[in-house]
Design a protein around this ligand. Structure first.
Ligand SMILES: CC(C)(COP(=O)(O)OP(=O)(O)OC[C@H]1O[C@@H](n2cnc3c(N)ncnc32)[C@H](O)[C@@H]1OP(=O)(O)O)[C@@H](O)C(=O)NCCC(=O)NCCS
Length: 170
């Protein structure tokens, strides 16, 4: 099986909506992707293709961290989806690794995620690192952060504000 990871194009939007809808068994995340894109908050959106069919998608959106000394821009990894028939074959992992590489290369500093505590640490996400960040959704061990640049989080303590479309999921 050859998996191709590439940035989304306009022609992919319907397929991306479908992947999110089917994987989450709801329209909520599919609509969130559309709203993030429409609002200019989608920082990076990648698709995974197998046999020219889009089977996976990942989005990174911008968010703000309000600290006592100023505001820092970071990224949220969400949502991410792989069609049920293609799950557990490493496609989600490839989307994450490719996405983080691209974000790192263009100079992004920090990524946060609210997700499976067994899954995201394998890519470097840490619940310990996220303890200085106040999540609007709570999360406990599911609330994790990753430094794309060493020590990017050093001294950063504050409140995280997601892009407005995430409000609909609160
Ligand atoms: C999460 C998701 C994108 C992973 O895609 P994938 O292609 O199956 O991922 P990979 O094959 O690279 O890795 C599989 C890992 O995902 C993790 N995982 C997937 N679904 C999980 C779940 N519901 N609970 C806990 N871990 C889960 C497991 O740790 C699994 O690792 P393992 O096979 O070593 O046990 C996919 O399962 C999916 O679309 N799920 C529904 C939507 C969702 O929950 N998205 C994430 C939240 S934004």
């Amino acid at each position: 099986m050859t998996i191709k990871i590439r940035p989304e194009t306009v022609a992919d939007r319907k397929a991306i909506w479908n992947v999110n809808c089917v994987a989450f068994e709801s329209n909520a995340e599919a609509d969130l992707v559309d709203a993030l894109r429409a609002g200019g908050d989608a920082s990076l959106s990648l698709v995974a293709e197998v046999d020219d069919q889009i089977v996976g998608h990942i989005m990174f959106s911008t968010l703000q961290i309000f600290t006592t000394t100023g505001t820092m821009t970071a990224l949220s990894l969400a949502p991410m989806a792989v069609l049920p028939g293609h799950q557990r074959r490493g496609i989600g992992s490839q989307l994450i690794v490719a996405g983080l590489d691209m974000c790192r290369q263009r100079g992004d500093l920090v990524v946060v995620v609210l997700g499976h505590p067994q899954f995201y640490p394998r890519f470097g996400f840490s619940a310990e690192l996220a303890k200085s960040l106040e999540s609007p959704f709570g999360g406990g061990e599911a609330w994790m952060a990753l430094e794309l640049v060493p020590d990017a989080m050093t001294g950063v303590t504050g409140r995280v504000e997601y892009a407005p479309p995430f409000g609909v999921l609160e």
